[in-house]
Design a protein around this ligand. Structure first.
Ligand code: ATP
Ligand code: MG
Length: 323
């Protein structure tokens, strides 16, 4: 059984339904990418797992979120509070806001270890410095005493990740942890997260809108479009043979003539807002292969023999027979 198993998850925020039947699983030592354009439902998926929907007036309407055998959708808030930060760490989309400007960065990491692991004094400090070193923060013992404003954006981000790690969580959910950073720093952080997964066997959900990050760091990927799963597969398979027209567009595998024009940037049109989701396949107005069926019927998410999942009326679902 996977460490985290999300099935058929639909949520409601004041009558609005931004997630419809989302499903995926992630295991220890594995990195799952959740990818999609702005507004596709990535952050709300993270909030759902963290049990934080009530904070924005939302609730799980249907489906299941199982973590290490526990059904989180029915978990009482006091139990959830013990899970958050301790067993499931969340690095939010604006991580810099997680740092307190008037407390030394090392002490902020200590606080997590103190709260969740009961470490104190020099034991907490040693634990924090060790994590800082693992995150390749130079001169960790000195940096420990710095205030956030004395550090670069990339270093601050490493401190935020160190705080997420300080309680030895089993699952880390990182919501676009690198978008505010420049590309080289971004690549370093993503690489460090990947090492943590391999060395410590944590499970990582990496939320991003960047297929390059997915290619660099993830084992599996779930492609979200307008609150639904369009396609999910291993990263190697999805890059070798993307099936959903949206995935194809995301990774630039669109028709040869577009490639020949050499002007392949983005996908024309926008993700519709929740209030204006079209009938049928939500991608159909932007899809170059849309047929009349796509305008009428919601494509069900089909699971192929290889484990690939796809929700599309027109995609090729043929798989070579296994030997
Ligand atoms: N509190 C809320 N109330 C109602 N609708 C919301 C709320 N938060 C988000 N939404 C809507 O739900 C959809 C998904 O939002 P979400 O924040 O999960 O997108 P995202 O994929 O994380 O986008 P981004 O890449 O911009 O962070 C969007 O259309 C958004 O407008
Ligand atoms: Mg988001």
């Amino acid at each position: 059984m996977a460490l985290l198993d999300v099935q058929d998850l639909s949520i409601d925020i004041g009558g609005i339904k931004p997630l419809d039947s989302i499903g995926f699983a992630v295991d220890k030592g594995e990195t799952l990418g959740i990818v999609g354009e702005s507004g596709s439902g990535k952050s709300l998926t993270a909030l759902s797992i963290m049990g934080l929907l009530p904070l924005i007036g939302g609730r799980v309407e249907r489906g299941s979120i199982r973590f290490d055998g526990m059904e989180l959708t029915r978990l009482p808030e006091p139990d959830y509070r013990r899970l958050r930060g301790r067993r499931i760490a969340f690095i939010t989309q604006n991580p810099m806001t997680s740092l307190d400007p008037v407390i030394r960065v090392g002490e902020q990491i200590d606080q997590v270890a103190r709260l969740h692991l009961g470490l104190s004094g020099s034991a907490a400090r040693r634990h924090s410095i060790e994590i800082m070193e693992r995150l390749r923060i130079p001169e960790a013992a000195t940096t420990y005493h710095n205030y956030p404003h004395q550090l670069s954006g990339g270093m601050k981000q490493r401190i935020v990740i160190a705080m997420a790690l300080a309680a030895n969580p089993d699952l880390i959910i990182a919501d676009e942890p690198t978008t505010a950073l420049d590309v080289t720093i971004q690549a370093q952080i993503v690489q460090i997260l990947g090492e943590l997964v391999r060395e410590k066997g944590v499970a990582l959900i990496l939320i991003t809108h960047d297929m390059g990050v997915v290619a660099q760091a993830c084992d599996r990927v779930v492609v979200l479009y307008a609150g639904r799963v369009a396609e999910s597969n291993t990263v190697s398979a999805i890059f070798a043979s993307p099936r959903h027209p949206y995935t194809q567009a995301l990774i630039g595998c669109i028709p040869r003539n577009a490639m020949e024009r050499g002007s392949l940037v983005g996908i024309p049109g926008l993700v519709p807002s929740v209030a204006r989701y079209p009938a049928g396949c939500r991608f159909h107005p932007r899809c170059t292969r849309s047929e009349s069926l796509c305008e009428r019927e919601v494509p069900v998410l089909e699971r192929l023999a290889s484990g690939a999942e796809i929700a599309c009326h027109v995609a090729d679902k043929h798989e070579a027979a296994h030997a």
